[in-house]
Design a protein around this ligand. Sequence first.
Ligand SMILES: Cc1cc2nc3c(=O)[nH]c(=O)nc-3n(C[C@H](O)[C@H](O)[C@H](O)COP(=O)(O)OP(=O)(O)OC[C@H]3O[C@@H](n4cnc5c(N)ncnc54)[C@H](O)[C@@H]3O)c2cc1C
Length: 502
Amino acid sequence: MDTNRGAPTPPIAFGRTAPVTARLTAPAIGVDEALLDRLRGSCADVTTDDTALDETSRDWWPLAMIWALDDEVAARAAVVARPGTVDEVAAVLGVCNEARVPVTAAAGRSGVCGASVPLHGGVVLDCCGLAGIVAVDQASMVVDVRAGTFGDVLEDELRDSHGLTAGHWPQSVELSTVGGWLACRGAGQYSTRYGKIEDIVVGLDVVLADGRVVSTGGAPRQAVGPDLTQVFVGSEGTLGVITGARLRCHPVPPTERRVAFGFPSFVAGLDACRRILHRGATPAVLRLYDDIEGQRNFETGAGVHPLLVLDEGDGRLVDAVMQVVTEECTGDGAPLDGDALLTRWLDHRNDVSALQALITRGYVVDTMEIAARWHDLPAIYDAATAAIRGVEHTVVASAHQSHSYPDGACLYFTFGGQPPADERDAYYRAAWDAGTRAVLERGGALSHHHGVGLNRSRFMRDALGVGLDVLAAVKAALDPNGILNPGKLGLPSPYGPSPAWP
Ligand SMILES: Cc1cc2nc3c(=O)[nH]c(=O)nc-3n(C[C@H](O)[C@H](O)[C@H](O)COP(=O)(O)OP(=O)(O)OC[C@H]3O[C@@H](n4cnc5c(N)ncnc54)[C@H](O)[C@@H]3O)c2cc1C
């Protein structure tokens, strides 16, 4: 992946045959000269430069990557503010709150659901300037890090200067920031050992809509009312702006082992994963591919559903985990060349160049990650792949299992279609509707780690039921003027409803 270290990487080049305009027709809030002056008084780096607005207003939402070829973003901000301090964040929010101007936090802009798109214009708050490690408590293995720090920068410094790792390796590690991980409830590829970001975080600093700063958590566990850290984890910029976080770390692992097995069916492989987790083994990587993805990624042959397993850590623990894995896979599974398959996966796991190439050639592609109990996963796999294949113009629908828990796992679906150019939006929406309905009707969660953003907002009532009213009440209490990232998470907005698309 060709990335800009420590800075956002554009998802795809604009067509650049016309000025960039907004595709969606949501009411957009402008910023007049008087307000611009006040923003400039609050933050040293404030711009209305067109190129900055074009780039900062978009993320890696695959549908909007198609629009970019026609020089369109989903929506466009009026101003970009780039704070370098918590005080600047607080001052910008204070000004916007008083003026009722929307503020959308954006950082790596690697979100894939349009979450950081400034749907109603106003100010994009670019959090990338809030970067760097503040302190490391080596005895407790906790790092205090600023929210705009990119993943690879954090890991390099933790490893090189402190002999530690946070163990959080999303495929987008070079594209995304600590604040973005927390705001989206992200998952790393080694999460079966280290947990998702909500398991890794022990405390946050958050600037509220009115400019007040709250620090949450800090101790390994506490019983001091509900967990306020988790109120903000997954809030996608709608409840506050995260400026700093305390994350649990681990020693850089001294040992690593790899094995792989091929299963005759996806269900047989899922059941092996379930048994491994039920015995208490938590290999860092436990990835089961259906035969379509096995063949596409590893050329493992027709009818083979490969399970790739990698663990790391203390040698004795790793040996014990791999012993359990081997016992549970032997029988239903046939041994494969684990070293070769894992090496291939490690070498290519962050390469997404195929995505751009496919979009440029007219394909509509996306991924849909969900979570469900082991009991429900086989039916969800069958129903969701069948439902997406049933949508006209679908070329492929496949899945792998990528994050496991004692009670269930994440299924990560990939789909692609080749509709006529004027039906791309309609195809995209139909594929998402079909796949999501199949998941929700069978008890699955709407998202495991990509979050909701704009794309999944329309499913929030079905996903949460009365829970959406609870979330709306929290939003109204913390952000009474509704300025923070309006139009996301299915929440009501004072600026009008989310536009229907296509
Ligand atoms: C190629 C690719 C691979 C990916 N792989 C993974 C993966 O393996 N695991 C995974 O979990 N995700 C993955 N993603 C999705 C994406 O990288 C994550 O959602 C990531 O957490 C977003 O971080 P970001 O800094 O880019 O946030 P952005 O995209 O800038 O923002 C995402 C959301 O977070 C909010 N936000 C950002 N910063 C703050 C802040 N400081 N305070 C409050 N709100 C904030 C924004 O308002 C927005 O709602 C992938 C994306 C791509 C393009």
